[in-house]
Every structure is written in C-alpha cells, then in structure tokens.
Design a protein around this ligand. Structure first.
Ligand SMILES: [Mg+2]
Length: 302
C-alpha cells in the first residue's frame, strides 16, 4: 500500500489554512518584522529558543547547513533550547533518535512532540474508553496509556472515540469510512497532528489536520487538536522553561499558521525562517500580508 498519496501546493495549503482560520487560536502580531541574518542575531533578545524541526533544523534526512553548529553556539551562550514538533506517527523516542542521527544533541526533555501533548490528555477526554486509531501500520501504541486499536476500512473495531495519529494510510476510502462512522454515531475525534500539509521529497502531503478539518465540515463533530498552533503544545513547552517569561522565548518556524500563529498566541516572540521549508522559493511577504500573521523576526536561515 503506497502512503501519503495526495499532494497539495504551498498556495493551496495556505488558502486552506485561511479557510479554517476560525478554528485556530487568535493572536496579536507586530506591525512590522525585523530582518535578521540568523538566530545568532536574535539571541540577545531572548533566553530560550523553541525550534520547529522541519524547515528549521532539517529538510528530510539532511540537517540545514549550519543548524547543528548554531544550536551549539546558542547553548554556549546560555540559551535554553526546546524542539516543538507536530509529529504523531512515531513516538518521541523515535523523533529523538532521528535528531541524533542528524547530528543534534537534544536531550529527551528538550523535545515536545504533539503525540505526547495528546497522549497526556487522552484520559481527560475519554476516561477508560476505547480509541480507534488512524495510524501507521507499525504503530503499537505502547506509549499511550489507553486502550487503542488500529481502525481501518477493512477492520472497524467498536470504539468510543477516534485518534488521528498519521495520514500515511488515510486514503479517500478510509476518510469516507471514518466520516460515515462518525455520522452514524458521533464520537470524540482527537487530532495529534494539526498540520494540513507536510513537505515530502515529492511535494506537500496531506496530514491529519487536513482530514480533521474536512471531518469538521462534513459532520457535526468538532475535532480537538493537539500541537501547534494550539495552546496545549505551548503549555507543555512552558513547563520545560520554568522562570522564563513568554516574551523572552522565541518560537522559530517555517510556517505562518502553525509556528508563528501559535507562538504569538502563546505570547512568545516569533521568528520565520524563509529559505527552507514551506515557503522556500515563495513570496513570503505576500503570504504575510494576506494572512496578517506577521513574525517579529524574519531570518533566511537558522
Ligand atoms: Mg516546519
């Protein structure tokens, strides 16, 4: 079974984020962005950096040039570092191993993944309930303290709620089966990766957030999102940065509707990286003007 089949353009993804804007947090933005050459030129203004992974630290299996050295430099300057990633297909341990393979030295407590943000709140939404997971075919859910079974078109176990962890096998048939099951018996839908798209080698793939917003349009169930730009992810980050006021924390990312919007909503300073990730090769300024999601700082690279 091939995975991540459906693809989108950056423009289509941007337009979809704007269409679903009412489901995203509200935030205040600066009237203008300061241009800086890298995070080294932002370091004086903050005590901590919260780093998106894709487009900031790496592109696919390759670290962004200079990013490993930049992290070491910021650390040497006494800055706290936290990686905040919308990733739910794999466990945080798997994400950590990936960063180590790329050459980064992050410790386990320095990585906040949206899968964990969701996992920590499962019981609050469905105490002792049975979850049906839309997941990869290798996920064993061992890190989730709940009863979780994989839910597919051909195997639809009786469940009390749904968990959207991965879109790797979320094809049109699976989407329709899920939609029909929820229409027939409305149940909670938790989304552990709110992203609409993710950059892959062959284009932008449609992610769990894409299907969750479709479900919200097609059913009466409003999905509950975990991860950027939602406050739950930033609450978990703040736990890792005790004593640092939000305005002394910089959220660094390559997207407007997840990294910059979420960072601003949390009261953080925001940094948009433009030469890598979602807007690489695009007119970033036009997207900023159209959305009104304006970062405090714009840097070509990490
Ligand atoms: Mg990114």
């Amino acid at each position: 079974m091939s995975s991540y089949k459906a693809k989108m353009t950056t423009k289509a993804a941007f337009e979809r984020y704007e269409e679903v804007r009412t489901r995203l947090p509200k935030a205040r933005f600066p009237s203008a962005s300061a241009m800086r050459s890298s995070l080294a030129d932002v370091a004086d203004e903050v005590d901590a950096f919260v780093l998106d992974a894709f487009g900031v630290l790496n592109v696919g299996q390759t670290p962004i040039p200079g990013a490993v050295e930049r992290m070491a430099q910021l650390r040497a300057a006494g800055k706290k570092l936290v990686v905040l990633t919308n990733a739910a297909s794999d466990t945080r341990q798997a994400a950590l191993q990936k960063y180590h393979k790329l050459g980064f030295d992050f410790a386990s407590h320095e990585v906040v993944a949206s899968r964990d943000v969701c996992a920590a709140r499962l019981a609050a939404h469905l105490p002792q309930g049975r979850w049906g997971a839309i997941s990869t075919d290798t996920d064993d859910f061992h890190d989730l303290a709940a009863t979780v079974r994989r839910w597919t078109v051909s195997d639809q176990p009786d469940v009390d709620g749904f968990l959207l962890l991965s879109s790797a096998h979320l094809d049109e048939a699976t989407y329709r089966a899920l939609r029909d099951a929820i229409r027939a018996a409305p149940r909670p839908v938790l989304v552990a990766n709110p992203d609409i798209v993710a950059p892959r080698e062959d284009g932008l793939s449609q992610e769990p957030g894409f299907f969750a917003h479709r479900l919200a349009d097609d059913t009466k169930v409003e999905p509950i999102f975990f991860g950027k730009p939602f406050g739950n992810a930033y609450d978990d980050v703040k736990q890792q940065l005790p004593g640092i006021p939000p305005h002394r924390i910089a959220m660094v990312g390559d997207t407007l509707h997840t990294d910059v919007l979420g960072g601003a909503a949390a009261g953080f300073k925001t940094v948009l990286i433009t030469d890598f990730g979602l807007f690489a090769g695009s007119d970033t300024g036009a997207y900023i003007d159209e959305s009104g999601i304006r970062p405090d700082f714009i840097c070509p690279t990490t």
